[in-house]
Design a protein around this ligand. Structure first.
Ligand SMILES: Nc1ncnc2c1ncn2[C@@H]1O[C@H](COP(=O)(O)OP(=O)(O)O)[C@@H](O)[C@H]1O
Ligand SMILES: [Mg+2]
Length: 342
């Protein structure tokens, strides 16, 4: 899927997104008394040294349980949130070197599809006007063409006839259609990068596959680059070229999607894959996730963060944090004992 476009091999411009050693710590809100008596400020280590690159036209998935830092990575990557440390580059430009005005201009090249279309649409604004807003902000010079551009993109996402839907309001359409509006609004500014943050998680099961098909189709048609966030690997399978598995703010495994499905090397990934439901209800193979809650990112476990839940953990796992290592070509894993799964 990835290498169909005409990009030459590894020149630097190949990458639209480059994230290096990204950290994002949020200060913990403490009560007044705690603030007086505590000597150290505490932090939620939402993202703790994460690196990845996305080539043009590629879809990188990030998968992990709730609270693993997916949304925060997405928001920092497109400059909606400031990082604590590390580097984020878009098309070779370090976001932290940009003024607010420059960042605002760059925004039309990166758009977001959020999880909850109801929360991201103004109930009092017509669908057409909601989609049109981005054009007004980013392309004020082509004002007289905006209506036609909006109608065009509405047809593309399946809101047809577009003239019928243009003046409707969010509460007059279905949930699946609302997510189509959100997709249209993201695409109308002709972005290069789309951050999709669990875009189908709230949609009705019956329309999820259609929405995924739509995103795949639009990705191919406009050669979009995606950062695709999901909590389940079944969704990732439809659309992702590469996938990074997150656990408590760290990437524990990253590789091509097919490679990960064929040769998972991290015990957490193996557990996630075992939890992917099998389509045929007669052939239920769904295993439970490893026991235990996802631990607290304020005081993550020592050594390997997954060790309290890991069926293969040994003494060293509580003592030493495993580095990401390339155990198979292009396939990185952070586990002291991953060789046994090779
Ligand atoms: N604005 C914030 N202030 C404080 N903590 C936050 C904030 N945003 C996220 N967090 C915390 O950071 C961690 C990762 O959150 P998030 O990125 O939303 O994870 P995910 O999208 O994988 O569910 C969680 O522990 C969450 O509570
Ligand atoms: Mg999230």
């Amino acid at each position: 899927m990835t290498d169909m476009n005409n990009t030459p091999q590894n020149n630097e411009n190949d990458y639209l997104v480059e994230v290096e050693h990204l950290k994002k710590y949020f200060p913990v809100q403490t009560g007044f008394i705690d603030q007086i008596f505590s000597t150290e400020k505490e932090f939620v280590r939402a993202v703790d040294d994460v690196s990845f690159k996305i080539r043009r036209g590629e879809v990188l998935g990030l998968a992990g349980e709730s609270g693993s830092g997916k949304t925060t990575i997405g928001r920092v990557t497109i400059g909606l949130e400031e990082k604590t440390a590390g580097e984020v580059k878009f098309d070779g430009v370090d976001l932290s070197t940009l003024s607010n005005e420059e960042l605002r201009k760059l925004r039309r090249r990166m758009q977001v599809i959020f999880q909850d279309p109801m929360a991201s649409l103004n109930p009092r604004m017509s669908l057409g006007n909601a989609i049109r807003q981005g054009l007004e902000i980013h392309y004020p010079e082509t004002k007289d063409q905006h209506r036609d551009m909006v109608l065009g993109v509405m047809e593309k996402v399946g809101l047809a006839p577009a003239k019928f839907y243009y003046n409707k309001f969010p509460n007059q359409i279905s949930g699946g259609q609302r997510q189509r509006v959100v997709i249209a609004r993201a695409l109308v500014t002709k972005p290069e990068l789309v951050l999709a943050d669990e875009p189908i998680a709230m949609a009705d099961v019956s329309v999820r596959a259609q929405l995924l098909d739509l995103m795949v189709q639009l990705k191919n048609e406009f050669n979009l680059t995606f950062l695709f966030i999901t909590h389940d690997l079944a969704t990732a399978k439809y659309i992702c070229d590469k996938i990074g598995i997150l656990y408590l703010g760290k990437i524990v495994e990253i590789s091509d999607l097919r490679e990960i499905y064929a040769h998972p090397l991290h015990p957490y990934t193996i557990a996630l894959l075992a939890a992917v439901p099998v389509p045929d209800p007669h052939e239920r193979r769904q295993e439970p996730m490893p026991s235990g809650e996802i631990p607290n990112p304020i005081h993550p476990p020592s050594g390997c963060r997954f060790h309290p839940r890991c069926p293969y953990a040994q003494e060293i796992c509580a003592l030493e944090e495993p580095e990401l290592r390339e155990l198979r070509p292009g396939h990185l894993v952070a586990c002291h004992f991953a060789e046994q799964f090779k």
